[in-house]
Design a protein around this ligand. Structure first.
Ligand SMILES: Cc1cc2nc3c(=O)[nH]c(=O)nc-3n(C[C@H](O)[C@H](O)[C@H](O)COP(=O)(O)OP(=O)(O)OC[C@H]3O[C@@H](n4cnc5c(N)ncnc54)[C@H](O)[C@@H]3O)c2cc1C
Length: 347
């Protein structure tokens, strides 16, 4: 076995079952816990990025491990949240890549810093948040992000990239494309409000929840609590049943195809995103193709949300992937719409 680095310790044949929320049984030949950026510099000097192409792991809530990983796995454990600067109205917060995302949201709400309350209870780490521009309940990371710090594995430099250059889109960014495999996110800076919070309660289920609970003028704490309650009632807890949240992205189709589908399938939901493009909820397509709550062997889709693939226990990565391919094919045959995984497939 290649010696990854003479100075950075690693665990051999590390069990990753508890480190991915789908609960897939897989091993890493070498697992390195990164708790300081100095370790990244050492790995760079030792040529590890050049010769061994390590895989970067955060909280494992958006990955499907298809098999054991022979590349070194770097588990990002960089810690710390701090206020970088503030004025009367807003505050710039730095959070290190290993911090749990929801911990930051809770901390912000407790300190009356507004802007990320709609993103409560999204699993995973800070470092992964810019990778797919996490989003929920009408808010995306790009709405509050100022910049992302990363370690460049090609040059060994620590760099900062401003929001405008991150090429953020729906569940996409420069880190999933041009900088994939090159940028290890080490931390992010967010701009949050201290007063005059911009409350976003327009998302339908959030609006309904607030109405039912007679909250007519919600503050950030109300929104936070509402989002937590809604998510707990709708999404499966990975501690109880293995899953990685939405398995596929919501597909964007051209208006002509959407019109044809709407004639055939009454009530098909669609959200206009440009003059000639409509986004269709992938969960609706999967449900109408007959997969909601259906179990095949150890794999299935969640009973309350067809977009979430679940591991009923003991499913292998290959089994989950094959099931995803079956669903993809079935939706394509029925609707002529291609689904793309949101989850990162790790070979
Ligand atoms: C129940 C459930 C609900 C979810 N709900 C949502 C939701 O509402 N909205 C949403 O957007 N997502 C949601 N997700 C998906 C997931 O929580 C997010 O994508 C999250 O940001 C992943 O974080 P992670 O640390 O677990 O990343 P991981 O799964 O560890 O990694 C994901 C990808 O990012 C890369 N990566 C991780 N850390 C770094 C780093 N520091 N530098 C460079 N690359 C890195 C990995 O290589 C991998 O390709 C949900 C998941 C679950 C299980």
């Amino acid at each position: 076995m290649a010696k990854t680095s003479p100075t950075v310790p690693f665990i051999q044949q590390a069990d990753l079952t508890g480190l991915n929320t789908l609960g897939v049984k897989a091993k890493a030949e070498k697992l390195i816990k990164i708790s300081s950026t100095n370790q990244l510099h050492t790995l760079f000097k030792d040529g590890v990025f050049y010769s061994e192409d390590p895989f970067i792991l955060g909280g494992g809530s958006n990955v499907l491990l298809k098999r054991d990983i022979s590349r070194p796995v770097l588990k990002i454990d960089l810690d710390g949240i701090k206020v970088k600067s503030e004025d009367g109205k807003s505050v710039a917060i730095f959070a290190a890549a290993g911090v749990n995302w929801h911990t930051l949201v809770e901390w912000a709400v407790q300190n009356n810093f507004g802007g990320i309350e709609n993103l409560a209870l999204i699993p995973g780490t800070i470092g992964a948040a810019p990778i797919q521009n996490i989003g929920a309940y009408g808010v995306e990371l790009m709405d509050v992000l100022e910049s992302t710090d990363y370690f460049d594995t090609k040059t060994g430099e620590e760099k900062t990239i401003q929001k405008e250059s991150c090429e953020f889109e729906y569940r996409d960014s420069i880190f999933k494309n041009r900088l994939k495999g090159r940028a290890i996110v080490t931390g992010i800076t967010l701009r949050l409000t201290k007063e005059g919070h911009l409350i976003n309660s327009s998302y339908r289920s959030l609006k309904e929840y607030l109405e039912i609970h007679d909250i007519s003028n919600p503050g950030i704490k109300d929104v936070f609590e509402a989002v937590v309650a809604i998510r707990k009632s709708k999404l499966p807890d990975p501690k109880l049943i293995g899953n990685a949240g939405s398995f596929f992205k919501n597909p964007v189709v051209d208006t002509d195809l959407f019109k044809t589908l709407a004639e055939e399938y009454e009530g098909i939901p669609g959200y206009k995103i440009s003059d000639n493009e409509v986004k269709i909820p992938a969960g609706w397509l999967i449900e109408k193709a007959g997969w909601k709550g259906k179990r095949v062997g150890n794999v299935g889709t969640y009973e309350n949300q067809a977009l979430v693939l679940v591991n009923h226990g003991g499913a292998t990565g290959e089994e989950i992937w094959n099931h995803a391919l079956t669903i993809q094919k079935s939706v394509s045959q029925k609707f002529g719409v291609d689904l793309t995984p949101e989850v990162n497939i790790v070979e």
